[in-house]
Design a protein. Structure first.
Length: 463
């Protein structure tokens, strides 16, 4: 039996050993899920699903502290932020329950043409089939909720492949769902090797793939998925922010500090590239660096820690190399710029790195924010849109015309006005375009994607 250690990113402490499953186990799991889907008489009624999800919420609320500690230990996210993650996970389940009443078909008008006379037509929503959920490490509980709960809410079975670095929160959530009464065949979770994971995606019995992770892996899975499999991909971005000269500097600094250094920047919509009007670049740079340098970095279990470790030592090495490249090419380090330990890197601000540097052209996924001066906002739009990614962006301004113009000009799926790029609530649509992903997520949108709309037309002489 092959196993892996799940370790605390901060100090390498082994939390638990988990089994890594091979293709044979995954094949059996898919057979069980597919058999459940084919047996419509066994499908849970909507009220039964609601009851199970409500019990799940109750159990999670009772075990709130243990869920927070688990997410903190395995992912390295600071305790205060893990609390928010668990709160969001519970909120996401509540959103799914509320939306189940709205997840319905519609009546299609008939009779206004001769050929449609004497007919009643309507649509109904049915579960798409077996859903495969492959997740990333950075939000081990909440990502699982966003991929799995919409699936269950529409009545579809799901097989979860969590990140090998942070599988414990997903495994724990599935145990809670089963404890709440969910049939085991309806929700299964496995840490598995690459071969088994790819086989699962390739199988024609897998009707839907929801993937959160790197673009390289996501597009590969999209290519190998079986014909007819619906795919939703959530990759990364570089989260451009434009700060015009009329922006409220004192109000925006705490926002972009949080947006840039939350979870050590290991978020797909973390503030990374900030374009600042040249008239205020000195003031923004000074105030931003003062606040960023005051962030407490260290043990994520300490309740006052604001920035925790990166997920691995290799990631710290990568960040260190990228920042050194930018420094060697002329970027000014406003604060930070060096590693604190094997697992932690200082919150870092770089001023005017070259546009060809890795910190400017690739997703950093670490505690590094780059500032660039501009004189004409058109220049900022051009630079912000220069990369083949499209996710969330932001503009800070007091001018409504500038805000509206920026919303049109920025190549992004979401544009925040006077807020940071990492803002999100669980009922809003969330997803990237171009290299940043495919399809739109969020609890409500995911429920639509994981359903098939079936048309029913009834011909009757009495109509």
């Amino acid at each position: 039996m092959k196993t892996i250690n799940v370790e605390m990113p901060y100090n390498g402490e082994i939390i638990e050993r988990v089994e890594v499953h091979g293709k044979e186990v995954i094949e059996k799991a898919l057979e069980n899920a597919y058999a459940y889907y084919l047996n419509q008489e066994k499908w849970l009624k909507k009220y039964e699903i609601i009851s199970i999800l409500e019990k799940t919420i109750k159990i999670m609320e009772e075990r709130f502290e243990s869920l927070v500690i688990l997410a903190t230990r395995e992912g390295g996210k600071p305790y205060m932020d893990s609390k928010v993650e668990v709160e969001r996970a519970i909120s996401g389940i509540k959103v799914a329950i509320e939306n189940m009443a709205q997840h319905k078909g519609e009546v299609i008008p008939m009779g206004h043409t001769k050929s449609s006379d004497g007919r009643l037509a309507l649509t109904i929503q049915e579960p798409i089939g077996v859903v495969v959920a492959i997740s990333a490490f950075n939000h081990p509980l909440n990502l699982t909720v966003h991929q799995v709960i919409p699936t269950l809410a529409v009545g579809a079975p799901v097989i979860i492949k969590p990140s090998t670095r942070t599988p414990l929160s997903a495994i724990n959530l599935v145990k809670i769902l089963h404890e709440a009464g969910l049939p085991k065949a309806m929700c299964q979770v496995f840490v598995c090797d690459r071969e088994a994971g790819e086989w699962l995606v390739k199988s024609p019995k897998s009707a839907f793939l929801t993937f959160v992770g790197s673009a390289k892996v996501g597009w590969h899975l999209n290519r190998i998925a079986s014909d007819g499999t619906r795919v939703a991909l959530e990759h990364g971005g570089v989260a451009p922010v434009i700060i015009d000269k009329d922006a409220n500097i004192d109000a925006l600094i705490p926002l972009i500090t949080k947006g840039g250094f939350y979870h050590a920047g290991q978020v797909c919509v973390s503030v990374q590239r900030v374009y600042v009007h040249e008239e205020i670049i000195k003031e923004v740079s000074k105030k931003f660096s003062v606040l960023a340098s005051q962030l407490k970095v260290g043990d994520p279990l300490a309740k006052d820690t604001e920035v925790g470790p990166l997920i691995s030592h290799a990631e710290v090495n990568r960040i260190e190399a990228w920042v050194n490249e930018a420094k060697e090419n002329g970027a000014k380090v406003l604060c930070g710029g060096k590693r604190i330990s094997e697992s932690c890197y200082e919150p870092t601000l770089l001023l005017n790195p070259k546009k060809s540097d890795k910190v400017s052209t690739q997703e950093v996924f670490g505690p590094v924010v780059c500032l660039y001066a501009f004189s004409d906002i058109e220049e900022a739009y051009k630079d912000a849109n220069a990369l083949e990614v499209s996710f969330q962006a932001a503009v800070f301004t007091k001018n409504i015309d500038t805000a509206l113009k920026s919303a049109k000009r920025l190549n992004a799926t979401t544009v925040m006005v006077n807020d940071h790029t990492a803002f999100r609530v669980d009922w809003m649509p969330f997803g990237g375009a171009k290299q940043s992903g495919l399809g739109m997520g969020g609890i409500v949108h995911a429920m639509k994607e994981m359903s098939n709309e079936k048309m029913l037309v009834i011909k009757s002489e009495v109509l």
